[in-house]
Design a protein around this ligand. Sequence first.
Ligand code: UDP
Length: 195
Amino acid sequence: MKVTLLKAPVDRLTMAQAEERVAELVRGGGARRIITLNPEYLYRAVLGEPDLLELVHKADLVTADGEGIVWAGRVAGTPFPERVTGIDLMLRLVRRAAAEGWKVYLLGAAPGVAEEAAENLRRRHPGLQVAGTHHGYFKPDEEQRIVEDIKKTAPQLLFVALGAPAQEKWIDRNIERIGNVTAMGVGGSFDVIAG
Ligand code: UDP
């Protein structure tokens, strides 16, 4: 069930249910999008950036990230069962990926950070298949090459850490060219995981 906050439909799911939803998306195939919606993104979407609101409507899963979103759900009389943040969901999905044999690709953060994050994740989950990594400080004319690289390595899950809303826009621009992938913006998560 969804609750619509300021015109943005948000899924009312626990973390465990969100993970199951993603598993369904991966199994179903195709280009799939996840947005973990925080108040900053929602304010911008509502206050004059309708393209951001459109991305929320296009997403296959929208989670309640941020206390402000959880609060708004409560006030609206349609409480969210819990907060589902980008980093928490990413860590759940990485664990699931290791168990299911899904490949993950890490795009974003400063040079070296995605590699280090991948290394830490592999240490935590032996057997995790990292399809590839790329830093997030590339020029627009390099984007095509990066998209080709991701497509070639064929990950089931693509984590994009470019900050919001750049990461959601990046996913929207490129996901159809990658094709069979479930993509999610994760903000500063790689920095946290890299430690
Ligand atoms: N970043 C990037 N390329 C850019 C700008 C930012 O890869 O051109 C990365 C940055 O290194 C950081 C992440 O995007 O790892 C943004 O983290 P932040 O916590 O600011 O994002 P938010 O959680 O606010 O969306």
